[in-house]
Design a protein around this ligand. Sequence first.
Ligand code: SF4
Ligand code: SF4
Length: 280
Amino acid sequence: MKIAIASGKGGTGKSTVAANLAWVLARSRDIVLVDCDVEEPNLHLYFPAEATDVPVTAPVPEINFERCNFCGECGKFCRFGALAVVKDTVLTFPYLCHSCGGCALVCPRGAIKEVPRTIGKVSCSRPLPRLVLITGVLNEGEVLAPSVIKAAKMFAEGHPLIMYDASPGIACPVIDTLEGSDFCLLVTESTPFGLHDLRLAAGVAEELGIPAGVVINRSDGQDEETVAFCREHDLPILMTIPFSREIASVQNRGGLIARDLPGWEERFAALSDAILEVGP
Ligand code: SF4
Ligand code: SF4
């Protein structure tokens, strides 16, 4: 089963929920947790362990100047501004390249070869006997988050239980993360902004045909609007985590409430049971 954890906005506690849920699941079964928030991965902070790194590369063009006649076709084709033909040279800007391969296809002289360029890495570790953590990391300034997400997901492929922690928002990286998931857990908070972003995230899950459920985090007890929205859209509220100093203090020191606060292991276990019931 593949479970995705998502939220329409940052700061809802999505990764905290993912880490607690993974910790509880790893008490009784093998699980692979994939941090797909490649621009700002943070699950390794909850699960420190020695990791093995594998580079992620993307193909970028290399010009053979012995063949090139500076016709300009490649520059005209590239809509990302990653190539410019100026007088008697072709300038390449690999950081802007989206690795579409189009310039090599349109070059009439066969003067473009694609060469790999490192854009990030995938780190693999085993912080708990039954938990493997796979972290996708996009190098600073790079644009190809989806390539690193796909690489990180590929490392987990074939495992019976996988959990993806998506980046916040609803942009392409989130869609790449959610694709192929059997269930999506949406983490929100009881504020007007939280509800607005929950609407967006729930819409993405619905569009992708993925069943979803909701966790309300930092609840102030006034969740009527969120509850009404969930009821209207047939989204079960699977857990409510209250706003509490005790919980905040555990989380601020990088702890897990399921492990460090009495009663929360059981609540996260009930959450995991509810999710696993949806499984294929
Ligand atoms: S399309 Fe090929 S031949 Fe034309 S400028 Fe680009 S690299 Fe040179
Ligand atoms: S591979 Fe695509 S994005 Fe990269 S330089 Fe060529 S045309 Fe532009």
